[in-house]
Design a protein around this ligand. Structure first.
Ligand code: HEM
Length: 498
C-alpha cells in the first residue's frame, strides 16, 4: 500500500515540477538543506519510524540549522542545544509562535491553547497557567496521591501474573487530567474512560504513522478519499462531543465563583469578561483548551512512566537504590508526597534521566516564526514552520557524558546530590514550552515512588535480553512492548496519606 502511494505521488510530483520551481523562487535566503523532490519534498530521505534520527543524520552534513521540505512546504530544522536555545530563548519573540499541521488545524480550527497564536494564545495560555497553579496549590497533590493508591490496589488485585502496565498507567494519568478538567476520576473499568483512551490511542498511533504524515503532505487530496485518516477526525469529533456534554453539565450546575476544576474556572472567566470585545474566553476556546489539556497531559506522562518501569527492569540496581531511598525517607506507612522529593536526590536524578532517555516528544511540537526573522545569517520568512528537535538536545553529545545510554549519573554530582543540566528540556523552552511541567513532574514522582514502595518489579526475561531502544519515534517515542511482575514488598495494610 505504501509503495503504491509513493509511486502515485512520484508521478503526480513530476507533473507539478514546473509549478514547484515557480513557487520555490522566494526562498533564496533559507538555510541550506538536502535536495528535495517536487511535491514529495524530502520525505523519501526521512525514516518514517525514526524521523528524529534521520534529521540528526542530515544535520551532520547540513549543520545545526537547515531546511527540509515536507511536501511542497519548507520547514527550518534546529538541531543541538545551542541552536534550539538561541532561537527559543534568545529570540523568543520571533520563534514563539505555534506552527500547525493540516491534521491538527482541521481538528482545532485554530481554537484552544495549543493551536492558537497572538492575542488568543496569550490570553488562554496565561489563564491556563494560573488555573493549573491554583489546582497545584489546593488539591492536585491529594488527587495524585489518591490515584497512586488506586493504581496500587488495581495492581495488587491483579495478583502476581505478568502484565503489560501501559493500560493501568494511562488510566492513572488520564484520571489526573479528568480531575483537573472536570473535577472527577473514573474507575479503570468505566466504559466512558475506556472509550476515550481507545480513541486517543488510535489517534496518537495514526499521527505517528506514514499515513498520518501523508495526510499532512496532501490534505486537500486526501480529504476527498476514504482511508484511515477519516478515523482520526471521527475520533476527535467523538472526544469533542464528550467534552461538550461535560461542559454543558458544568454550565447547568454553575454558580458564580465555583472553581473546582478547569471548566469551572473558565466559565467564571467568561462571566468576568462579558462585554470585552477582545476577550478570547468563548465556548470554542473552552472546548479546545480542555481538549488540549486532556490530550497533551495524558499520553506524555503515561508514556514516560512506561519507559521508567522498563528501565527499572533493565537496570534492577537503579530500582534497588530508589527503594533504599524510599525506605529511608518515606517508609512503608504513608503515601509519598512531593515534599519528599528534595530529600531523595537519587530518585529525583533517576526520574530526570528517565525523562531524558525516553524523550517522549522527539521532534517537539512545530513552531513558526512570528515575523521575517534573521537567524545565524539566514532569513526565515514570517509563518515558516520551525522544528526545534528535542532529540538533538536531550541526546546532544556536547551536553551529556554518555547520551546514548541510560545513566543516572548525568544528574548526580560527586556528593550524590542532584545536578542540573541546561540541556534537560523534555518540556521544551521559551514562550511555548509545556504548561504542564509541574503537574507532570508531580505525577512522575508520586506514581513511581508509590509503585516502588509497594512492589518490586521484575521482568519475565533476563535484563540483558530487554530491548530499551525505541520501537519508533514519530510524534512520540514508543518503547517495545513488555510485561512485568509486581511482587508486593510487604503484606501490611495500605499506606496512609500525610
Ligand atoms: C512528561 C509529560 C510531558 C511532556 C514531556 C510534555 C512535553 C511538551 C512539549 C515538548 C510541548 C511543546 C512545547 C513547545 O512547543 O515548545 C508541550 C506543550 C504543551 N503541553 Fe506538555 N508535556 C507533558 C505533560 C503535560 C501535562 C501534564 C499537561 C497538562 C496539564 C500538558 C499540557 C501542554 C499544553 C497545553 C501544551 C501546549 C502549550 C502551547 O502551545 O502554548 N503537558 N508539552
Amino acid at each position: 500500500m505504501e509503495l503504491l502511494l509513493t509511486a502515485a505521488l512520484i508521478a503526480l510530483s513530476l507533473t507539478l515540477l514546473v509549478y514547484w520551481r515557480r513557487g520555490n523562487s522566494g526562498h533564496r535566503r533559507l538555510p541550506p538543506g538536502p535536495p528535495a523532490l517536487p511535491l514529495l519534498g524530502n520525505s523519501l530521505q526521512i525514516d518514517k519510524r525514526a524521523p528524529d534520527r534521520s534529521v540528526l543524520q542530515l544535520s551532520k552534513k547540513y549543520g545545526p540549522v537547515f531546511t527540509l521540505w515536507f511536501g511542497p512546504r519548507p520547514a527550518v530544522v534546529l538541531c543541538g542545544f545551542k541552536a534550539v536555545k538561541e532561537a527559543l530563548v534568545n529570540q523568543a519573540d520571533d520563534f514563539g509562535a505555534r506552527g500547525t499541521v493540516p491534521s491538527i488545524r482541521k481538528v482545532t480550527n485554530g481554537y484552544g491553547i495549543a493551536s492558537s497564536n497572538g492575542r488568543r494564545s496569550h490570553q488562554l495560555r496565561s489563564f491556563a497557567i494560573s488555573a493549573l497553579r491554583g489546582f497545584r496549590a489546593k488539591t492536585l497533590e491529594a488527587f495524585v496521591q489518591e490515584e497512586a493508591e488506586c493504581l496500587v490496589e488495581v495492581i495488587r488485585k491483579a495478583g502476581e501474573s505478568p502484565f503489560d502496565p501501559s493500560f493501568q498507567l494511562t488510566c492513572a494519568t488520564a484520571n489526573i487530567m479528568c480531575a483537573i478538567v472536570f473535577g472527577n476520576r473514573f474507575d479503570y473499568t468505566d466504559p466512558k474512560l475506556l472509550s476515550l483512551l481507545n480513541m486517543m490511542n488510535e489517534n496518537i498511533k495514526f499521527i505517528s504513522s506514514p499515513w498520518g504524515q501523508l495526510y499532512d503532505l496532501l490534505p486537500n487530496l486526501l480529504d476527498w478519499l476514504p482511508g484511515p485518516h477519516n478515523r482520526l477526525f471521527e475520533n476527535a469529533n467523538r472526544i469533542k462531543n464528550y467534552l461538550r456534554e461535560r461542559i454543558q453539565v458544568h454550565k447547568n450546575m454553575h454558580t458564580e465563583g465555583r472553581s473546582q476544576d478547569f471548566i469551572d474556572s473558565f466559565l467564571n472567566k467568561m462571566e468576568e469578561e462579558k462585554g470585552n470585545p477582545w476577550s478570547e474566553f468563548s465556548d470554542e476556546n473552552l472546548l479546545m483548551s480542555t481538549f488540549n489539556i486532556f490530550l497533551a497531559g495524558t499520553d506524555t506522562t503515561s508514556s514516560t512512566m512506561q519507559w521508567g518501569l522498563l528501565l527499572f527492569l533493565k537496570y534492577p540496581e537503579v530500582q534497588e537504590k530508589i527503594q533504599r531511598e524510599i525506605d529511608r525517607v518515606i517508609g512503608m506507612v504513608r503515601t509519598p508526597c512531593i515534599a519528599d522529593k528534595e530529600k531523595m536526590p537519587y530518585t529525583n536524578a533517576a526520574i530526570h534521566e528517565i525523562q531524558r532517555y525516553s524523550n517522549v516528544i522527539p521532534l517537539n511540537l512545530p513552531h513558526t516564526v512570528a515575523r521575517d526573522t534573521e537567524f545565524r545569517g539566514f532569513l526565515i520568512p514570517k509563518g515558516m514552520i520551525v522544528i526545534p528537535v528535542l532529540t538533538s538536545v536531550l541526546y546532544d553529545p556536547t551536553c551529556w557524558e554518555t547520551p546514548e545510554s541510560f545513566n543516572v549519573n548525568h544528574f548526580l554530582d560527586e556528593r550524590g546530590q542532584l545536578k542540573q543540566n541546561e540541556a534537560f528540556l523534555p518540556f521544551s523552552i521559551g514562550k511555548r514550552m509545556c504548561i504542564g511541567e509541574e503537574v507532570a513532574q508531580m505525577q512522575l514522582f508520586i506514581f513511581l515512588t508509590t509503585l516502588l514502595q509497594n512492589f518490586t518489579i521484575k521482568s519475565r526475561v533476563e535484563p540483558s535480553a530487554i530491548d530499551i531502544s525505541p520501537l519508533s519515534s514519530g510524534f512520540s517515542t514508543l518503547h517495545h512492548p513488555y510485561q512485568l511482575y509486581c511482587i508486593p514488598r510487604n503484606s501490611s495494610p495500605r499506606p496512609s496519606r500525610q
